[in-house]
Design a binder for this molecule. Structure first.
Ligand code: AMP
Ligand code: MG
Length: 310
């Protein structure tokens, strides 16, 4: 990890010139651009081949900067105090006077915001006078990037700079919660719903099957390694890469470990990089052992289910 001030300066220089760059977060790498600039934001959509009706998450350093652009409420403050910076994204009401590019929100009156925890990203934000729009640094529908080299694999020379912050600690995207009215989870993610429920002291609705048509015939495929994937597999086929969460006594060439001790946090951290690895090794099919549907296991299963729609 190279956190030198000169790298932050370089990153800032590219962003100020309205370019997009790769940035590390604790969840997955982001493809970042100035959230106040239409030019920068349009570049993000183009690079990712992302449909313009799929809104972006905006990243802030702290609540002070956020209040220039949106309204907050009591539930927001409770969750902010407990979990931020961290892997939680809030849907809030946009202020009229906000400078946020209209392309970010697909002209909606709501906005998705997050406070990333990675130190490099925070250092970068401290040096900027605008927040950063930063969706995951991957081509739309494909696997998210969890290392700088993954970002390079996705975008090659079409982006100018990647801030290398090592491998992402959580390895899976943020939990998205709409807290404008009744709190509702829109995407399972790195933060357990049960933890959120404890803080808000209420049962929270989960509505993760968005009706937005991201692209005709494409939705809900997402997080895909680009080859068929099967879940809950006890016996893999010979030519399948088999992803396991617990050490086996036999050694087979096509066995790969997400964890050796059934540690679900570790499984989440290794998920995208191992899927990427076996795809790059030339496997044409992937089988995954059953993952317990508990805590972050629910998020992992959500991602695998979407990846298996290939
Ligand atoms: P990502 O691809 O990680 O940047 O996540 C972006 C996701 O956040 C979108 O696909 C939406 O599901 C959600 N999102 C962003 N902005 C909004 C918004 N204004 N209202 C509802 N959901 C949003
Ligand atoms: Mg994404």
């Amino acid at each position: 990890m190279n956190s030198s001030q000169s790298n932050i300066k370089k990153a800032k220089k590219y962003l100020d010139k309205k370019h997009c760059i790769g940035v590390p977060t604790e969840t997955v790498y982001g493809l970042a651009g100035n959230a106040y600039s239409d030019i920068s934001v349009k570049k993000i959509f183009k690079l990712k081949k992302r449909p313009m009706n799929n809104p972006l998450i905006v990243h802030y350093l702290n609540i002070n900067k956020l209040e220039e652009d949106c309204y907050i409420n009591d539930n927001f403050i409770k969750l902010y105090k407990k979990f931020c910076p961290g892997p939680i994204t809030f849907i809030l009401k946009l202020k009229r006077k906000s400078k946020i590019s209209k392309f970010i929100t697909n002209k909606k009156k709501t906005i998705a915001v997050r406070f990333p925890k990675h130190l490099l990203f925070r250092k970068l934000l401290k040096n900027l006078d605008y927040p950063l729009a930063a969706p995951s640094a991957n081509i739309s529908t494909r696997l998210s990037a969890v290392k700088a080299s993954d970002v390079l694999e996705e975008f090659g020379l079409s982006i100018k700079y990647i801030l290398d912050g090592g491998k992402c600690k959580i390895g899976i995207e943020s939990t998205i919660i709409n807290i404008i009215n009744k709190p509702t989870i829109l995407r399972l993610g790195g933060l357990d719903i049960s933890k959120i429920e404890k803080v808000l002291n209420e049962k929270i609705l989960v509505k993760t099957n968005s009706k937005i048509k991201i692209a005709p015939g494409q939705f809900p495929l997402h997080y895909s390694p680009g080859i068929p994937l099967r879940m809950n597999i006890k016996k893999p086929k010979k030519n399948e890469a088999y992803l396991l969460i617990k050490q086996r006594n036999i050694f087979l060439k096509n066995y790969y470990y997400l964890s050796r001790k059934k540690n679900l946090k570790q499984v989440a951290k290794n998920l995208y990089s191992l899927l990427r690895k076996v795809k790059n090794k030339g496997y044409k099919m992937i089988a995954v052992e059953k993952i317990p549907n508990l805590g972050i296991g629910k998020t992992i299963n959500d991602r695998l289910r979407r990846a298996s729609k290939y």
